[in-house]
Ligand binder design. Structure first.
Ligand code: GLY
Ligand code: MN
Ligand code: MN
Length: 492
């Protein structure tokens, strides 16, 4: 197994290249260096992050890959997005990071030196027939096919980190091995190269490295909170776009797709794209938690559940849901369901402060929901019994948890151990969603007919502050009258 690129990524339908064309292409290109003042966003904060990681694994070699291209079909790949741990540690967030690897090399019993193993800028000609032709012939890595990458010295300047050619990584991994931890499951070729049997310990068998990489990201610094606010602000624009587009979406036979397209346009225009697949669910589709097929028509008398987030160029994402009446006005029964979910959300939000348990906002929201369902006569037992740990029968109508950490990933820090996340207390700088919902299935015989097929989720993003929490997505209305007024204004 080699990590080296051994041939050109060309297509079977590419015309042959003559020696004359090859030679001509290798001549007469002017130098085009990157501006000397360019730095990666987050340049100032990445050294501190690497230092915290270093402290957790003294004396061990730490390997964090960006990831590989994944084939979508045939010779077409999915758009590349580097792994969040790699982006967080390097500040490198672009599509050009395919196959790149960060190594923290132990410098003694404690301390590490970071080294980036990168594919350099495509050279224009030269002695190596593969490398020299990459720039105009290679569909995956050629500069004229996918755009310019920084050269190695430019990358060192951009990141403040020592940079080596990606080919050198092969040598590193076949040389003498200190205890090595690899973030596995990200780069299959690196996994194969490091997973081979040998005298060296190449491990993260206990998953500790992946867990710590998640846990170090739980508390957001000021710069990260600014990035998340930017993603929220752009997401708000996307929601406004969707409301303005409702008349056109209602006319289209796949109105959910129309809405997805409108939101995703804003996400691509303002940021890197969507942070996760947009959920655009009309009527009973809202009862499918991750409805991303979005192939339905819009029912003008139903609710629309839109769950969407813009990912910034720095790869931070918002995660917001609004449930809107497509007619512009909630019916009494829609309002009944909506206001119960809203009360649950507010109860959850009211618990947020440093020292509160992560589980508290779930519990507070669940209590409101269970009591509401009991009042409606829907539950087979009392609210108290439904909430008991050995019951939880109210969850037939809520299905999923009430929120999660948010950051570079929509379900951020997912590998964190329970004692640092699910069973831990909140800290200043945690950013999370509070997103209770009621998902009343159209075929649920426990429900009166008028409630069936109504799905409501209200999801907001909050940052825990010194004495409470700040609602980051407060620019979007939440109450029934505020939503109706907002829609009326946008729809003119
Ligand atoms: N959009 C996924 C979630 O709300 O968790
Ligand atoms: Mn969410
Ligand atoms: Mn969501």
């Amino acid at each position: 197994m080699t990590l080296r690129q051994t041939g050109l990524n060309t297509g079977s339908h590419d015309l042959p290249v003559s020696a004359a064309l090859n030679a001509f292409m290798g001549t007469a290109w002017a130098p085009t260096p990157l501006p000397a003042e360019d730095r990666v966003p987050g340049y100032a904060v990445t050294p501190g992050r690497r230092a915290r990681l270093s402290l957790a694994f003294p004396g061990e070699r730490l390997i964090v890959p960006a990831g590989r291209l994944k084939v979508r079909s045939n010779d077409v790949d999915y758009r590349f997005r580097p792994h969040s741990a790699y982006a967080w540690l390097t500040g490198l967030t672009g599509e050009d990071q395919v196959g790149h690897v960060l190594v923290l090399e132990p410098t003694g019993p404690d301390g590490h030196e970071p080294v980036l193993y990168l594919r350099p800028r495509s050279p224009r000609g030269g002695a190596d027939p593969v490398r020299g032709a990459e720039f105009f012939r290679d569909r995956r890595y050629g500069e004229f096919w996918v755009g310019r990458r920084p050269d190695l010295d430019e990358a060192a300047r951009l990141t403040g980190v020592r940079v080596e050619h990606l080919d050198e990584l092969d040598k590193l991994l076949t040389g003498p091995q200190p205890v090595t931890r690899v973030l596995t499951g990200v780069d299959p070729e690196l996994d194969a190269a490091t997973g081979r049997p040998g005298p060296a310990a190449l491990v993260d068998a206990d998953g500790l490295f992946a867990a710590v990489l998640s846990e170090l990201r739980l508390v957001k610094d000021t710069w990260e909170v600014e990035q998340l606010q930017l993603s929220v602000d752009h997401t708000v624009l996307g929601f406004e776009d969707v409301v303005r587009a409702l008349p056109a979406a209602l006319r289209h036979h796949r109105g959910e797709r129309w809405i997805e397209g409108v939101f995703n346009l804003r996400a691509r225009a303002e940021g890197n794209g969507i942070g996760y697949e947009t959920i655009a669910a009309s009527g009973a589709h809202a009862g499918v938690l991750h409805w991303i097929r979005n192939d339905g028509a819009l029912d003008p008398n139903a609710l629309l559940l839109l769950d969407a987030g813009v990912e910034t160029d720095t790869l931070y994402t918002a995660d917001i849901t609004r449930t809107l009446p497509l007619s512009g006005t909630f019916t009494p029964v829609q309002r009944q369901v909506y206001e119960l979910v809203l009360a649950a959300q507010q109860a959850g939000i009211d618990t947020l402060r440093p020292g509160a348990r992560f589980r508290d906002f779930h519990a507070a929201a669940a209590r409101v929901i269970a009591e509401g369902l009991a009042d409606w006569g829907v539950l087979p037992v009392s609210a108290e019994e439904a909430l008991a740990e050995d019951s939880g029968v109210y969850r037939r109508y809520t299905l999923c948890g009430t929120g999660h950490m948010l950051g570079l990933d929509v379900h951020d820090c997912a590998k964190a151990r329970a004692e640092t996340y699910l069973d831990a207390v909140l800290e200043e700088g945690h950013v999370l969603t509070v997103e209770p919902g009621l998902y009343l299935q159209p075929d649920d015989e426990t429900l009166p007919a008028e409630l069936r097929g109504i799905g409501v989720r209200i999801e907001d993003d909050l940052v825990v502050t010194a004495d409470g929490a700040r609602l980051m997505s407060g620019a979007l209305p939440r109450s029934v009258p505020a939503i109706e007024a907002w829609m009326a204004e946008l729809l003119g």
